[in-house]
Design a protein around this ligand. Sequence first.
Ligand code: AMP
Length: 178
Amino acid sequence: MNTQYTRAVLALGSNLGERNDTLSEAVADLVDRPEVRLLVVSPVVQTKAVGGPAGQPDFLNMVISVETTLEPLELLRHCQAVENKHHRVREVHWGPRTLDVDIIVYGDLVSTDPALTLPHPRAAERAFVLYPWSLVEPAATLNGQRVGELAAKAADYPDLTPFDGFGDFDGMPTAGAV
Ligand code: AMP
């Protein structure tokens, strides 16, 4: 058994149902085992759905940092079990989903395995991951660049909007904020 804790960043998104409740419960579920300890929780941001069918509801997105003794694939299975618990709908590729959980980084691990690609292959171009991450871990880097700088360059950056449930996030993100 692995007794070493590794830091991992998880991205959560929901655009169906009671989106904020789902995210709150998912965070609790993800850390509801002794092998996973919660370190950091980002604010929730609201994001236009990227790709997939037109007219689907906006996403709520957030990231958490954890430290875990789970091996990478065990952590993936755990994330998928939490997705399944929340009745994730997967009928349409990139369509609406109750809950999506991705592993963004697992320590410094680099993997090209399609079952678990690390760092997550699309994270560096997703402001809905990078921006909330930069708010709570401004020194974090991905592919050698600050996550806040990557967020500002991402195509979906202008699509981030305030989420009413988060009072301090009072407008569009600005370069100074990241
Ligand atoms: P998606 O439907 O976009 O959430 O993709 C899920 C699929 O991506 C699963 O089959 C995973 O095995 C695979 N996958 C590859 N890399 C990752 C990652 N870093 N985090 C989560 N799922 C991943």
